[in-house]
Write a protein that binds this ligand. Structure first.
Ligand code: HEM
Length: 334
């Protein structure tokens, strides 16, 4: 497929989703559908789909021990063992996994290959993707945690603390959150990276662009709601707490932008289990990450092995002991 089609298809789908919510609530007045039924269905699809995917992965046989290594494995005592890059024990695997999950360690070692005059293939360190990745994920996490203020009464102190730290510089009224800026910047750069770099554009599909554009749509509608259209937060809270307690009431006064936001979030939730966003769970289930490089010390049993009729040395010797002794071959048992 022409790479540009992937961008356009994804863009049109996201614009279409925004229009569906605007028309659905603004013109037809389907507030309950967009405020209650769709979020519930989306959340159910998310939970069931997520569990289903993880169970499928857990059930998949792992015929070989295939940890990705990036350094010297445990060997002779005088050879320096790279514990994180070639973990030997479960503890080392856990430390490597934690660094991967919280700091994106493998992405930090990202390199960019380039053909220079000669032609000569050179590799140089490339930290941009790591930086945008970290910025994107941590701002996303902070925003989601801050949103707990809509679902809780009283709002936990730590949620208030995150909000006040995030709005520390008190720019604009209401305060513009730092993570909102970081989130928009990082998501935009991750999107532009796919569009601008020809090699990345070539391998990108609608499933790469769509989640980025959808998430950008969620961020933009959220920021518009906070800074421009000003939604009644008491009413949002009424709906959110009602949804969480399974006894929702749909306040009339919530504007269309709120429903666009909620609809895009619902679509994201329902889409996650079937998309690349499942890497959040996949990283834990990946044999290249969750196995120790201890093949020689601990035998890995291939679940595909079928029972093989073997002829052991003991049996061989029993069969041929007399003949072996006759020609002077050593035997284990007399
Ligand atoms: C993936 C989940 C979500 C993301 C990434 C997201 C993102 C955002 C962002 C970036 C903002 C801008 C202001 C801020 O950061 O607080 C925002 C605002 C807002 N979001 Fe969300 N949102 C999500 C889910 C939800 C849900 C489920 C609700 C429904 C209760 C909601 C309701 C709101 C409201 C009412 C605002 C305006 C806040 C204000 O005026 O202070 N969001 N959202």
């Amino acid at each position: 497929m022409n790479p540009w089609y992937s961008v356009l298809i994804s863009l049109f789908i996201v614009i279409g989703l925004v229009l569906i919510a605007l028309i659905g609530v603004g013109s037809i007045g389907l507030n309950s559908l967009f405020g209650v039924y769709i979020p519930y269905v989306a959340f159910a699809v998310f939970i069931i789909g997520f569990i289903w995917r993880v169970v499928e992965w857990a059930r998949a046989p792992v015929p070989f021990k295939i940890p990705t290594t990036g350094g010297q494995g445990k060997s002779l005592p005088w050879m320096k063992h790279e514990k994180l890059d070639s973990p030997f024990t479960t503890g080392q695997v856990i430390v490597r996994m934690l660094l991967e999950v919280f700091l994106f360690r493998s992405l930090f070692r990202n390199v960019k290959g380039e053909l220079r005059g000669g032609p000569r293939l050179t590799f140089a360190s490339s930290k941009w993707l790591w930086l945008f990745g970290i910025l994107f994920h941590y701002s996303f996490l902070t925003i989601v945690l801050r949103h707990l203020r809509f679902f809780t009464e009283p709002v936990p102190q730590w949620v208030q603390l995150i909000s006040s730290l995030d709005g520390f510089f008190e720019i604009l009224v209401p305060t513009f959150f730092l993570t909102d800026a970081a989130f928009l910047l990082a998501a935009t750069l991750l999107f532009l990276r796919r569009v601008v770099i020809p090699q990345v554009r070539y391998i990108s599909l609608p499933n790469d662009y769509f989640p980025l554009l959808l998430i950008l749509g969620i961020g933009i509608s959220g920021i518009l709601m906070r800074q421009v259209f000003h939604v009644d937060l008491e009413k949002v809270k009424e709906l959110a707490i009602g949804l969480a307690a399974f006894s929702p009431t749909v306040p009339k006064e919530l504007g269309s932008v709120f429903y666009v936001h909620l609809f895009l979030v619902s679509v994201l939730a329902a889409y996650i289990p079937w998309s690349k966003i499942m890497h959040a769970a996949g990283v834990f289930m990946s044999p290249t990450r969750n196995m120790a490089n201890n093949n020689r010390a601990v035998r890995h049993i291939n679940p595909w092995n079928y029972p093989v009729k073997v002829h052991t040395y003991e049996e061989y010797e029993d069969d041929f002991r007399a003949k072996m002794k006759e020609v002077g071959l050593p035997v284990d048992k007399e």
